[in-house]
Ligand binder design. Structure first.
Ligand code: OFO
Length: 185
């Protein structure tokens, strides 16, 4: 008989091996969920830094990025659930809250995206090794996304280098970054 308590505390889904998603892969996907949550946290922290520096366009760009990262989280979350597996959330590391300049902030963002790309690539390697075609297919979206993420952060780094100490150039870039719209989910 199903008790009310069972509805609120359903038994944990099996997180062990099965023929679809290996236990190792499940652990790695759960870690990736955490990494994407950290990305969102990092960009929200950068957004707060730019708000404080009166650079509303930079802040808005970072805020859109923070939200986009939550979309990445949910994409992985939904995949794990769809495979009948259990999402396990863990503590999110505290992000930095200060950068020495807008350039340092975006250099940090670019470096971070390169790390995320390396993580995605090792997940793909694992899926290939496991003959896990479904997970590999799901991850290909992230492979393409990382190309875009790296390109947009690196383009802003280059523009900031061109701007240098020119306050007017910085404000023009700020106006340009304010135009970024959230992507359709
Ligand atoms: Fe999720 O792509 Fe950035 O971190």
């Amino acid at each position: 008989m199903l008790r009310t308590a069972d509805l609120w505390n359903p038994p944990k889904k099996d997180i062990g091996e099965d023929k679809m998603v290996s236990g190792k892969m499940l652990g790695a996907l759960n870690e990736q969920i955490n990494a994407e949550l950290y990305s969102s946290y990092l960009y929200l922290s950068m957004s707060a830094y730019f708000e404080d520096a009166h650079l509303g366009g930079f802040a808005s760009w970072m805020r859109v990025q923070a939200r986009e990262e939550l979309g990445h989280v949910m994409r992985l979350y939904d995949y794990v659930v769809e495979r009948g597996k259990r999402v396990e959330l863990s503590a999110i590391e505290r992000p930095p809250s200060n950068w020495s300049s807008p350039l340092a902030g975006f250099e940090g963002a670019y470096k971070h995206e390169r790390k995320i790309t390396a993580r995605i690539n090792s997940l793909v390697d694992m899926a290939i090794k496991d003959n896990d075609h479904a997970t590999n297919n799901m991850l290909q979206w992230f492979v393409a996304e990382q190309v875009e993420e790296e390109a947009s952060a690196s383009e802003i780094v280059e523009r900031l280098k061109l701007v240098g100490d020119d306050g007017r150039g910085l404000l023009m870039l700020d106006r340009h970054l304010a135009e970024r719209e959230p992507e359709e989910e």
